[in-house]
Design a protein around this ligand. Structure first.
Ligand code: GRF
Length: 213
């Protein structure tokens, strides 16, 4: 599977994907890192790994549709047949999402469908939930919606700030995203009635309670 990764900034999830793909046995290859910001740190990570990069500046396009059409073109020209959003902070047009339907995934730092959109960690802390986490999902036109592929759970601790919580979740994001890409590339994933079915899935035993006792 040939993958394009779309970024807007730091690119730590991109790095996790790059690291995973460096293993010869990993069934996917990143053929393009595409950014809508010229100063995205993730672009440097791609260059260091010898991966082709492209930057498209929205200001050079008349509207979202023409920008997204150019993105699709650039992605195709790079030979990619699958897209991972990794901190890509621009809304996607319905057309783009339709074009790449079931070939486009995103990672979000909450247990969706809770806490969509921006300021996710603030929303999480304000809600008082004991657990949160991250979600990898197939992208649909509505923001942070679409069939859920994988989730990881992390506890919310009493003294958490948005930053400490983000850091704890990010650690799991970096495990979850490569794992998600792997099972898709192994062709073990299909979508039926907007639910994801994973072949060979082994449910783990037990459950967590927080706080303990
Ligand atoms: C991550 O928390 C991801 O879940 C969200 O944006 C952040 C991107 O971080 N979509 P990075 O650029 O991958 O470091």
């Amino acid at each position: 599977m040939k993958v394009a990764v779309l970024i807007s900034g730091r690119g730590s999830n991109l790095q996790a994907l790059i690291d995973a793909c460096q293993d010869k046995a990993f069934p996917a290859e990143i053929v393009l890192v595409l950014s809508n910001k010229a100063d995205a740190q993730g672009l440097d990570r791609a260059v260091k790994a010898g991966i082709p990069t492209a930057t498209l500046n929205p200001k050079n396009f008349e509207n979202r549709a023409s920008f997204d059409a150019q993105m699709s073109k650039t992605i195709r020209e790079a030979g990619a047949n699958f897209i991972c959003l990794a901190g890509y902070m621009r809304l996607l047009s319905d057309d783009f999402v339709r074009t790449w339907r079931d070939k486009l995934i995103n990672i979000h730092p909450s247990l969706l469908p809770l806490f969509k959109g921006l300021h996710v960690h603030e929303q999480t802390l304000e809600s008082g939930v004991r657990f949160t986490g991250c979600t990898v999902h197939f992208v649909r036109p509505a923001m942070d919606e679409g069939p859920i592929l994988a989730q990881a759970v992390v506890p919310v601790l009493p003294n958490d700030t948005p930053d400490t919580l983000a850091e704890r979740i990010l650690e799991q994001e970096h495990r979850l995203y490569p794992l998600s890409l792997k099972i898709i590339a192994e062709e073990r994933v299909r979508i039926s009635s907007e639910r994801v079915i994973i072949d060979g899935y082994q449910p783990s035993q037990g459950s967590l309670i927080n706080p303990a006792g």
